[in-house]
Design a protein around this ligand. Structure first.
Ligand code: ADP
Ligand code: MG
Length: 491
């Protein structure tokens, strides 16, 4: 597990040598002749030469979308074109050159599972051994960041859109990043995958070093903590390990749920953690669930993790999703020759891609890449077309039936009672919660929801939605219920 990153190869690896240059030019000419200008420009315009080894050529493109497209539609032509120019070439690999940290790739892999949809991941599967690690360039010069993972320069506070669901986590993160002393220790950020935990962690790390470059900030995932620890044990180098981890000003460990079950790592983590807290050094942890829900982690650690401030990031709501898309669209619009994104399309995406922010971004990027390639303006039809798989996956995710079942189960009610006309509070409140969740988590209209709840009027549903919104502000039990249910439904 090394800290590999795929970087912008066209800038970093100069491709020289007239021989290869000539070969590459004639390959391109062959492809252009064979496929025609339009197709060539759409799909091959961004193709760049990366390297050549005996029998093997590596090319690169800017997005995974293009890479996948080329691989499924044109791999034979590309290989033939090369073989025509240099018969020794047997294999042509295509890399994606977007900056992706290992951490982000691990997250993606986990979020998507082993057989998950690969289509939204701008991830390169190709090796990137020879590429420099950007952490070394962007990192803090006075401090050996060798134990630290790369920070994504795009993950800043400025680029983080704040809404109801992440307000607390954002405020706490800012507070920690801007404070001169330690406001709460540890800061524990939690929420399900793709909701911005890593983004906030990187933002904190970058803000702290920006304000005071002399502060030693160590950011890494729990996996990497474990890996470094195990390696230290194996090479009998635990003193150096302890030294490194216990002399930092700020220790940030992302995705701490991954140390569950690993006893010796937990033990070491716990000692490190205690030592830092005792010395008033800031510790920041993230996980996909709250400290008390971390199964497989020792009780004393769980309880200690909850001592500082725990801030959770909830599922996004429509407003936040739209806000995030608008902010991305603004960033995109600044690029020369940018594709225009109609508000209608953004609204459509915010409505339809409810799973998490990573998928939402992935969807937007795909539409933009497609429009750019085919040279047509972005339209609703195009978005529907390009994202059909993603939209289906999101639709499949939550139905009103799922919600009703879950809510009944959660409140220990029979489904029939939940849908009945009974008005007793014990059933009426859960019913309102279920209606509220149906409005938030599905794209069904109020009348459709009403019909699903025993043929009720849409005004009843509207009333329920408002009531639960109000209650969430006033009543922590309701708020927790709603959070818990949304999270269970979204996973
Ligand atoms: P997590 O670590 O919780 O799984 P990430 O921090 O990796 O999630 O977020 C997934 C993607 O969504 C990242 O590209 C991140 O920049 C983006 N993202 C998440 N929340 C926000 C937000 N509130 N504003 C802007 N971008 C966000
Ligand atoms: Mg993460």
């Amino acid at each position: 597990m090394s800290e590999q990153v795929v970087v912008n190869t066209s800038e970093q690896i100069p491709f020289q040598g007239t021989d290869l240059d000539e070969q590459w030019t004639s390959v391109k000419t062959r492809l252009r002749q064979e496929l025609g200008d339009a197709t060539y420009n759409s799909w091959f315009g961004h193709l760049a030469m990366v390297s050549m080894e005996p029998g093997r050529v590596t090319l690169s493109v800017p997005t995974k979308f293009i890479r996948d497209w080329l691989e499924t539609h044109y791999s034979t032509q590309i290989r033939k074109a090369w073989a025509g120019v240099d018969p020794s070439v047997e294999r042509v690999d295509i890399l994606v050159t977007e900056i992706r940290t290992l951490e982000a790739r691990n997250n993606d892999a986990r979020a998507n599972g082993a057989n998950g949809k690969g289509s939204v991941r701008p991830v390169s599967a190709a090796p990137a051994k020879s590429f420099p690690n950007p952490a070394i360039r962007t990192g803090n010069k006075e401090f050996d960041r060798s134990g630290s993972s790369p920070l994504d320069p795009r993950y800043t506070f400025d680029n983080f859109v704040v809404g109801k669901s992440n307000e607390l986590a954002h405020a706490a993160a800012r507070r920690v990043a801007e404070a001169d002393n330690v406001p709460f220790n540890p800061l524990f950020l939690y929420g399900s995958v793709g909701l911005g935990k890593t983004h906030l962690m990187h933002a904190i790390a970058q803000e702290i070093t920006r304000r005071d470059p002399s502060r030693k900030v160590l950011y890494l995932s729990a996996d990497q903590f474990m890996y470094q620890f195990i390696r230290a044990v194996r090479y009998k180098d635990t003193m150096a390990f302890k030294q490194k981890f216990r002399t930092v000003d700020v220790l940030m460990v992302d995705d701490v749920q991954f140390i569950s079950g690993k006893e010796s790592t937990q033990e070491e983590f716990f000692h490190t953690f205690n030592a830092l807290i005792d010395h008033n050094r800031q510790v920041i942890i993230s996980a996909d669930r709250s400290p008390s829900d971390l199964e497989g982690i020792e009780e004393r650690i769980r309880s200690r993790l909850g001592w500082g401030l725990s801030a959770d990031i909830h599922a996004t709501d429509y407003e936040l999703r739209l806000g995030i898309l608008q902010s991305k669209a603004e960033l995109l619009a600044r690029k020369p020759g940018a594709v225009h994104l109609p508000e209608k399309v953004l609204e459509f995406l915010a409505h339809k891609i409810v799973s998490n922010v990573r998928e939402l971004e992935g969807g937007l990027n795909r539409v933009v890449a497609y429009a750019d390639l085919v040279g047509r303006p972005v339209s609703l039809e195009m978005a529907q077309d390009v994202l059909s798989d993603l939209l289906r996956a999101n639709e499949r995710r939550i139905t009103i039936d799922d919600i009703q079942r879950r809510v009944a189960e959660y409140y220990n009610l029979r489904l029939a009672d939940l849908l009945s006309a009974r008005r007793a509070r014990v059933v009426a409140r859960p019913r309102q919660v279920a209606m509220y969740l149906s409005k938030q988590l599905t794209t069904r209209s109020l009348p459709e929801i009403g019909r699903k709840f025993g043929g009720r009027d849409h005004t009843t549903v509207m009333h329920a939605v408002r009531r639960i919104e109000e209650l969430q502000l006033a009543d922590t039990t309701i708020r927790e219920d709603v959070d818990m249910l949304s999270r269970m439904l979204e996973n």
